[in-house]
Design a protein around this ligand. Sequence first.
Ligand code: ZN
Ligand code: FE
Length: 258
Amino acid sequence: MHTPLCGHATGHPREYAAEAVRKGLQEIGFSEHNPMPAKFDDWRMDWVDFTEYLRLVEEARAEFPQLPIRLGLECDFIPGKEGWIRELATKAHFDYFIGAVHYITPDWDVDNPLKLARWKDQPVEEVWTKYFNAVTQAAQSGLFDFLAHPDLVKKFGHRPKGDLRPYYKDTLDAIEAAGIAMEVSTAGLRKEVMEIYPSKTFIEEAFRRKIPILISSDAHAPAEVGYEFDRAVALVQEVGYRELSSFRGRKRVSVPLG
Ligand code: ZN
Ligand code: FE
């Protein structure tokens, strides 16, 4: 979940925590878009706000001692910036680092609505191939505990025709080989695609490989905490999952589902 520090989310972490308690969630976690050493784009927290981020999460923890509140970061995987991610990991007692791919080239974050026109420049197959190549690299980097929204590239509904498994395969193999988990995010239900990230086919292929999962809302406002979790739980149970993952001090623990 996010905080106002990224510039596109609203609400103090205490409001997210209050909503989580109201909805009966057993734990929550904050994972703001990671700061970069220098100005990078306009949708992440600035490095100068990092201590403020820690302070906001501590405030929520102090006010809701009955609710475990984990500390994480949603880190963009950018080739060449691996050292910075490693350095960030030493800056606080993190519970988890999420590897996220938004950028498929240095200037195109594929989920950015301001860059929708870019989709006309190249075939959807090429964009999808680039996207999943980047997610594969993120899995192989060894920097992350789990991956965010594995098929975010579908956000606006751009999708190749036919069987999508060839696009997914290398990414799934890399996640399995890395021994990391992946997110099943209800955020996609709030976007044009109106579908959970990742697709049911992707989740089925993950289950076949025994890849651990967790369910997230990617809340950018208190009301989005636990958004449509019933649908996500039903989906992963239908596929066969009986456990979810939780992260403490960057160690994964399994928790029974349901
Ligand atoms: Zn965000
Ligand atoms: Fe993201």
